[in-house]
Design a protein around this ligand. Structure first.
Ligand code: ATP
Length: 359
């Protein structure tokens, strides 16, 4: 993690199309060497934001500063930012080496420098052995690496990536997520990635911004957003949440469907206020006679068992909500306890493991 100064500053950037506001007063600081993810559901404005950074769209209002300079007047090809598109079209008739060198040749750099930089990037992207192949002789993941190498070789101040792993299958995606993170780290270039896949953002980014309806809902590290979501929307969007709707009694108690739950609310508010209590599936414990006391306990019945390999999710119907609670247990515990649909179990959790949200 680094705390160095901002390389890119967005100051109240908005974009409207006709009557619709695609991006609504977005302010953001992106730091040097940071892997930053813009995350949100379809239509939330993340691609529009990226296109404004790249210079393919003009903000309706607001400013974008790169290294302290307003880049709004600069056309896309004069900005030290490089956008890697969703469909990373490579030149089919050129070798990998030629594809990567192309951008530097356009800049008319000396041949020796081009060769040196291309060799360097070929090594970083682990493409050395494939340098003389053409794109149609490569796998999807390898083509993706060539596209990245082609962007990195130009040493942009910031690399913008729009759903870069969107075309790859799940297994390759997971591999490339780590690869991208490594490339970012080794190149020292700031990466801004757009994705709708929360897991991808959690794995790769140093910090992320969650967007909804053109606005930023929350900015923080993956752990901050997962552990301390500031709204129901973020709690639902990042990871799996059990959201229990209730009413504030005092700073230690929220009533949910007639059940007093112990919590620790640090939000200012009034008695009778509608609040949501959020408990992550891994924070819920299945209790037995030997279990130590829990601040909150509730009886329920298993309605579904979903095996995920390492873990198993139990869906448990309780009197707290219409929706079953999701409880994650290690599969080893699952095998021992013979959990099955229909089984009555008791769940428990500590007050400090629940978050309380007013929005
Ligand atoms: P997705 O994940 O589906 O790509 P997104 O978060 O990237 O979505 P944007 O493409 O930024 O969303 O679009 C934000 C909003 O702006 C959407 O409502 C979209 O319909 C609208 N929009 C985007 N481009 C245009 C355009 N050129 N003209 C009119 N409306 C547009």
């Amino acid at each position: 993690m680094n705390n160095s100064s901002a390389v890119l500053i967005l100051d109240k950037v908005s974009k409207s199309y006709g009557n619709g506001l695609a991006v609504d007063e977005v302010s953001l600081n992106i730091r040097e060497n940071e892997f930053f993810a813009l995350l949100g559901p379809s239509g939330c404005g993340k691609t529009t934001l990226l296109r404004m950074l790249a210079g393919f769209e003009t903000p309706s209002s607001g400013c974008i500063y790169l290294d302290g300079l307003d880049i709004s007047p600069l056309p896309a090809n004069k900005r030290p930012l490089n956008l890697m598109f969703q469909s990373y079209a490579l030149f089919p008739n050129m070798t990998v080496r030629k594809n990567i060198a192309y951008g530097l040749e356009m800049e008319r750099l000396p041949e020796t420098e081009i060769r040196r930089r291309v060799d360097e990037v070929l090594a970083t992207a682990q493409l050395g052995e494939l340098a003389e192949r053409k794109p149609d002789q490569l796998s999807g993941g390898q083509r993706q690496r060539v596209a990245l190498a082609r962007a990195l070789v130009k040493r942009p101040r910031v690399l913008l990536l729009d759903e870069p792993l969107g075309a790859l299958d799940k297994k390759l995606r997971e591999k490339m997520q780590l690869e991208l993170k490594r490339l970012q780290h080794e190149s020292g270039i700031t990466f801004i990635i757009v994705t709708h896949d929360q897991e991808e953002a959690l794995v790769m980014s140093d910090r992320m911004a969650v967007l909804d309806g053109g606005k930023i809902c929350q900015i923080g590290s993956p752990a901050e957003l997962y552990e301390n979501p500031n709204s129901r929307f973020v709690a639902n969007f990042i990871g799996v949440s059990n959201l229990l709707e209730g009413v504030r009694q005092n700073d230690q108690t929220v009533t949910v469907n007639g059940h007093a739950l112990r919590v620790s609310v640090d939000l200012a508010g009034h008695r009778g206020e509608a609040l949501a209590v959020v408990v992550r599936p891994e924070r819920l414990q299945v209790l037995d006679e030997q279990s130590p006391a829990c601040d909150n306990q509730v009886d329920g019945r298993i309605v579904e068992v979903a095996y995920h390999g390492l873990d198993t999710n139990l869906h448990v119907q309780t009197p707290l909500s219409d929706k079953p609670l999701i409880v994650r247990v290690p599969s080893s515990q699952f095998e021992l306890a013979h959990f099955a649909p229909g089984m009555a179990i008791r769940l428990g959790w500590q007050a400090r493991h629940a978050r309380v949200l007013s929005r």
